[in-house]
Design a protein around this ligand. Structure first.
Ligand code: FES
Length: 125
């Protein structure tokens, strides 16, 4: 099973588990204010290791439009398929205006489309 390390906590994760859900299961109140649909970017993480190169079209377009490509990744658009070390950037603790509401629970399936591409493929389209 892949190992996920988040804020110093290491846990085994069922392969294919959505990263945003695995981070929550590690006890981190990560944001998912759009419900996991690649619209809000509150599920943003930095990777220390294990960053997948491939990304969904929705993640690519959201990061590109926000000038965030190469800086962060969206945990709602990634599944845990290898060992990963990540740092969640937006949480209930550092966003007090949410009053603890991290957003609607994301589906277990990556939305809006569970399909991943090499970024070069997406650039050409
Ligand atoms: S972009 Fe909104 S939860 Fe990922």
């Amino acid at each position: 099973m892949p190992k996920l390390s988040v804020n110093g906590k290491i846990m085994d994760v069922e392969p294919g588990r959505r990263l945003v859900l695995a981070i929550e299961e590690a006890g981190v109140n990560i944001g998912h204010r759009c419900g996991g649909n690649a619209r809000c970017t509150t599920c943003r993480v930095e990777f220390e290791s294990g960053e997948p190169a491939r990304m969904t079209r929705a993640e690519y377009e959201k990061l590109k439009s926000g000038g965030l490509l190469g800086k962060i990744r969206l945990a709602c658009q990634i599944v845990v398929d290898r060992d990963m070390v990540v740092k969640p950037l937006v949480t209930a603790e550092n966003t007090p205006q949410w009053n603890g509401d991290t957003g609607p629970t994301p589906d277990t399936k990556v939305m809006p489309e569970s399909k991943w591409y090499d970024p070069e493929e997406l650039q050409l389209e």
